[in-house]
Design a protein around this ligand. Sequence first.
Ligand SMILES: Nc1ncnc2c1ncn2[C@@H]1O[C@H](COP(=O)(O)OP(=O)(O)OP(=O)(O)O)[C@@H](O)[C@H]1O
Ligand SMILES: [Mg+2]
Length: 402
Amino acid sequence: MKSVLRLATVDPDEQSRNAIKSMLLGVDTVWLEAECSRYEFFIDVARQTLPDIALVNLDSNPQKALQLVSEIAQSQINCAILVISTSQEGSLILQAMRNGAREFLNLPLQLDDFVAALDRLRITVRGNSGEVGSRGGKIITVVGVGGGVGCTAIAVNAAASLATNPQNTPVIIDLDFALGDADVWLDIIPEHSIRDIAENITRLDYGLLKRSLTRHDSGAYLLPRPVELEQDVIVRPDDLRRILALLKATFTHLFVDVSKSFSRLDLAVMEVSDRILLVTQLDLSCLRNVIRTMQLLDQFPAIRGKVDIIVNRVGLDESDISLQKALDAIGQSVFWQLPNDYAVMIGCRNNGIPLPQFAPRSRIARSMNEMVTRFDEPADPTAATEDTGRKRNGLFGLFAGR
Ligand SMILES: Nc1ncnc2c1ncn2[C@@H]1O[C@H](COP(=O)(O)OP(=O)(O)OP(=O)(O)O)[C@@H](O)[C@H]1O
Ligand SMILES: [Mg+2]
């Protein structure tokens, strides 16, 4: 998947600006982050939105526009400048390039030329692979091996924990279309949902996508499940991938709370995820499902190796299977263990206030904070069950000699 480039444009002429906007809607790999109708205001717009590409139309006032080009080039904004004009005058092109433009295209724009220029700029901005650079967000899918194991608690609170750093802009995406309750955990009554986005996928723009998200006081954003319970498939895997690619261009972390049905949609998200958190508890039925789930996920090359096991509610029950025995049975290391703290968790949920605000000093909040710092490390390459030398010892031995 090519990463999406974020573009900001300046063009005082409304007609040509609209022509560019409609062309951009047809290009999947670019995202119109901001538009501006005055050359003198654009530098502030760019400072605020930090686009990958600044698209400057010279025609309304070439002198002012060229001055802007050099101002952007000398700023700390670190974006590639693409200049467009109806003029083919050599001296104008030369001046634009000298002032810091990377590309010059003639108007009217030809789609092929535009896409080719974007691809060249992509390499400037994102390196040779053209893939997501440091500015691209991470997709973290949270999936459970049983009902109520704590997926939503983890997705919401991990996002809230990351949001305590103002540089992070985490989004929670509720893909449990039937019974998802991420909105309850955040005490949000959403006006829009993922359904609005899915229905408008062909004319999706930045404004609509932003309007469909609700920002919680913690700093985390929520893209909620549809309001009504419905049986029809409302989002196709390709559309969902596009939504995620667009969100990824703008937000730092996307936590996807998937259903527990391992549907095509769930698997499509896992394929484009950077990390998959497989949440379990230490009981027999969960551990059996960890093994079954790993066997399923191992069959997908794009998923295998990205799965990290999280053991939730450690210490819940005296009869918990010991972690070591569980590990032997699963044949894979555990990425993180979260302690059991029912009073704090249920308090968070019932009040719709995440851990960093509700109980910042609790053990579970501290453990969650530590866990999220590990998300920036690469997923454990030895995580694939195929590669581990550890032998699975069988589940039914788990209770013996405890
Ligand atoms: N570490 C924990 N300690 C104590 N209680 C917890 C912990 N994690 C989650 N819980 C509690 O477990 C219950 C289920 O959690 P949650 O809704 O997050 O699970 P889920 O996997 O999303 O469930 P579902 O299958 O309904 O989607 C909640 O009441 C929550 O408060
Ligand atoms: Mg849930």
